[in-house]
Design a protein around this ligand. Structure first.
Ligand SMILES: [Fe+2]
Length: 311
């Protein structure tokens, strides 16, 4: 049955020159859902081309100087420490942005989607239907990012202090001699890091739904562009080179999660386009503003690591 529909949808797409549209949108047009039409789909595909050109080629997506340097694994301990501190500030301020996004949701479904991310961040383990990461045989391993699922839902999942992403980051921090009081709070953030965090709160957490959606699309595309893997490569080489044994599960867990998001992000954009009246220029402008914020964060780290190397 599924294959039959796919073939039918495929020829429908070819006949109407709708190549590039995701399956859920094609299906909705085919079935005549309200808001969905071949004309609107063609407008969307033209819009997607503009997004590809004017948003997704942002320099922080196509070439991030800091993560390219980090990936080589030649950093010193001070540079690792400085990175962890700034990342921990971002990690905490992201909770504020995510909470704003949740509060400002314009539907129950949207509120739940945002709440899911927030709850998982602070320690509710995804319930995947398979093994539950919280119930490891070794109690020291409870909530360990090496064990907890990247799939499923927080609905019915269990809360573990130790499953909070911030606590995962704390484990690496401890290995490089950073104490709880050395990380996480705004006072530890550089000007660049705080600018990024405030832009996240302003745009990603905006009470204007279209602004938050544009920022969200931009952030998801940045996150899917490979920076997690560059960080993992760098840490792996650093560990090998220095024998440091920094635990990397915070990063590998997020990389795995991100890998599952990419397709979703595209489907969400199409759903938004077909269900709303979208101002295309404003969407692209807001997305770029968000990516400028992201770029400020990495530029700040780049400036800092250069300064530390010189010291
Ligand atoms: Fe996280």
């Amino acid at each position: 049955m599924g294959i039959e529909i796919d073939t039918e949808l495929g020829s429908f797409a070819r006949k109407n020159h709708l190549h590039g549209l995701t399956a859920p949108s094609l299906k909705a047009i085919f079935e005549g859902h309200s808001g969905y039409s071949v004309d609107k789909a063609k407008r969307f595909l033209r819009f997607q081309k503009r997004i590809d050109e004017k948003l997704l080629k942002h320099r922080i997506i196509t070439g991030n100087r800091y993560t390219a340097w980090f990936q080589r694994g030649q950093q010193g301990r001070e540079q690792i420490r400085a990175f962890i501190v700034q990342f921990s500030v971002f990690s905490n301020q992201f909770l504020v942005a995510q909470l704003q996004k949740m509060i400002n949701a314009d539907s129950l479904e949207g509120m739940r989607a945002s709440k899911e991310i927030l709850a998982n961040e602070i320690g509710v383990v995804f319930k995947s239907g398979r093994k539950q990461g919280g119930s490891a045989a070794d109690p020291d391993k409870e909530g360990d990012p090496e064990l907890v699922s990247t799939e499923g839902t927080v609905d019915g999942g269990i809360f573990l202090f130790r499953a909070a992403h911030f606590e995962w980051l704390m484990r690496i921090a401890a290995k490089v001699g950073l104490r709880f009081e050395d990380v996480g709070r705004r006072t530890h953030g550089s000007k660049a890091t705080l600018f990024f965090c405030d832009e996240l709160i302003r745009l990603y957490g905006s009470d204007d739904y279209m602004v938050s959606q544009a920022a969200s699309y931009a952030v998801e595309n940045w996150a899917a562009a490979g920076f997690w893997d560059q960080l993992i490569d760098g840490f792996t080489t650093y560990n090998r080179r220095t024998g440091a044994k920094l635990p990397l599960a915070f990063f590998t867990w997020h990389s795995k999660l991100e890998g599952q998001h990419a397709q979703h992000t595209q489907e969400e954009l199409e759903e938004l386009y077909f269900s709303r009246d979208m101002d295309e220029d404003t969407f692209i402008a807001n997305g770029n503003a968000m990516l400028d914020g992201v770029a400020a964060f990495w530029d700040g780290l780049e400036e800092q690591r250069t300064r530390l190397a010189a010291a």
